[in-house]
Structure formats: C-alpha cells, structure tokens
Design a protein around this ligand. Structure first.
Ligand SMILES: [Zn+2]
Length: 91
C-alpha cells in the first residue's frame, strides 16, 4: 500500500467511526452523514471539532431520577444516592 492509500484507509475508518458514534449520540442520520463527510474530507478540522462537541454533549446533565429512599432528585445513573447513600443502581 502507498502512503496515500494508507491515509485514505485511515480517513475512511475514522469517518465510519464518527458516523456510528454520532448516531449513537442521538444525532439525526443527516447530521451524522454531515459529520462523516466533514471528517473524511477535512479530518484535521472536523475530528477535533467533533470530539469537543461530543464531550460537551456527554457532560450535559441527563434526566433526573428521584431516589426511592429519600425522594430527592439525583442526576445520571450513580450506584448510590448522593443524598442518603442508599444503593439505587438498577441491575
Ligand atoms: Zn436517597
């Protein structure tokens, strides 16, 4: 394989990963394809940009749940209630 072919292969692999990852992160198919094409054509710009946006989305607080023991709300899916310390993670 020539260096160009290797670069193309890596770009294609990363683009496919971005597409699947975007879909997993609730992006629409259109948006996911947009990210994929952006990364494929201009990886140096779009890949860091995608990763930053992705990290920001991941940090956004998820739906709150009320604790069945103390009835206070907590965010995300922790093992223990941050208020009363009871085991709340569903198995
Ligand atoms: Zn609690």
């Amino acid at each position: 394989m020539s260096p160009q072919q290797i670069a193309l292969f890596i770009a294609a692999a990363v683009s496919i990963w971005v597409y699947m990852d975007a879909k997993k992160n609730n992006y629409s198919t259109q948006m996911s394809i947009g990210w994929m094409l952006g990364v494929f054509m201009l990886m140096i710009v779009f890949l860091p940009f995608y990763l930053i946006v992705r990290a920001k989305r991941a940090r956004r607080p998820v739906v709150s749940t009320s604790c069945v023991y103390c009835s206070k709300d907590y965010f995300g899916n922790p093992n223990y209630c941050p208020h009363c310390g009871h085991l709340v993670r569903k198995v």
